[in-house]
Write a protein that binds this ligand. Structure first.
Ligand code: ADP
Length: 284
């Protein structure tokens, strides 16, 4: 069982020839609205990878809310703890030009209202094997969730993204830190060496597990035809949470295969692979 406390957004993606200058209006060539947010993406990835997943988060009272909830439900994520609050859902407006450069504005909306956890949320965290968090909701809420997990022997897995300085008391409660190379560099050696289990993703080079005892496990990414790396990190984190209780020797290859498979399809949450697809890739 996995509990995810995190963000859910609607990603509003516009394709243009070039990015507009300040004050300028230009025509775009394509538009798509797709459910995203690291919390929801990782919850969906974990469910698709075979986990029983509860998502704790918030959507707004706008027209996006229904679709965001529906996407979680369709992935068989438990949305009992997903609240609906007055105001806009979290959104990200993303403009991508012909060269692949982007400019992004994220408005946290409902995600920023997730300032308190209800008794029922805390029960779900205590009942889980693994709590999976990111940093797209107020960090005080992450800290409250993590502290409750630690009290109830729920494994605390943190993907500190977007990277930001972490409160010392948060770092002290993390069991498993999941970072890409950029995040590892931004957090620095003090934070990195303070956690019992460190998992670093290495893009096309797979992933690495280390602990302060000197143990190390490396998993190569299966070679795949990369179409879109968006959501690969989220697919990795979700699959890692699902397989973590089987130990890093098993979990690392499983999560690495999930991340690699996610790059073979466009989009974020909907591109994450099923348990069967991951197992097939592992035994190929
Ligand atoms: P992020 O997407 O968060 O920056 P990475 O780029 O490290 O993180 O990718 C996360 C995981 O996705 C990797 O560990 C790997 O499993 C998979 N992945 C990413 N890029 C590739 C690639 N080019 N080929 C195969 N797998 C990849």
């Amino acid at each position: 069982r996995i509990a995810v406390v995190g963000s859910v957004n609607m990603d509003l993606l516009t394709a243009t020839e070039r990015l507009p200058a300040p004050g300028e209006s230009i025509l775009g060539s394509a538009f798509a609205a797709t459910p995203g947010g690291k919390g929801a993406n990782q919850a969906i990835a974990a469910a698709r990878a075979g986990g029983r997943v509860t998502f704790i988060g918030a959507v707004g009272s706008d027209t996006f809310a229904l679709e965001l909830r529906q996407t979680l439900v369709e992935a068989e994520v438990d949305t009992t703890h997903l609240r609906e609050v007055d105001g806009p859902s979290g959104i990200a407006t993303i403009t991508v030009d012909a060269a692949g450069q982007n400019s992004i504005v994220v408005v946290p909306g409902a995600n920023s209202t997730l300032t308190a956890l209800e008794p029922a949320d805390l029960e779900a965290i205590a009942a889980a094997d693994v709590l999976l968090c990111q940093l797209e909701i107020p960090v005080a809420t992450v800290l409250a969730a993590v502290a409750h997990a630690a009290e109830h022997d729920t494994v605390v897995m943190l993907n500190p993204s977007p990277a930001q300085p972490l409160p010392r008391e948060l770092v002290a409660l993390v069991d498993v830190l999941v970072v890409n190379e950029t995040e590892a560099a931004q957090l620095g050696p003090d934070v990195i060496s303070a956690v019992p289990h460190l998992v670093t993703t290495l893009g096309g080079s797979g992933a690495e597990y280390t602990n302060p005892g000197g143990a190390a496990v490396h998993a190569d990414a299966p070679s795949v035809e990369v179409v879109d790396t968006t959501g690969a990190g989220d697919a990795f984190a979700g699959a890692l949470a699902v397989s973590w209780m089987r130990g890093p020797e098993t979990a690392l290859p499983f999560a690495t295969a999930a991340g690699a498979l996610a790059t073979t399809r466009r989009g974020a949450s909907t591109s994450s692979p099923t348990h069967t697809a991951i197992e097939t890739a592992l035994h190929r």
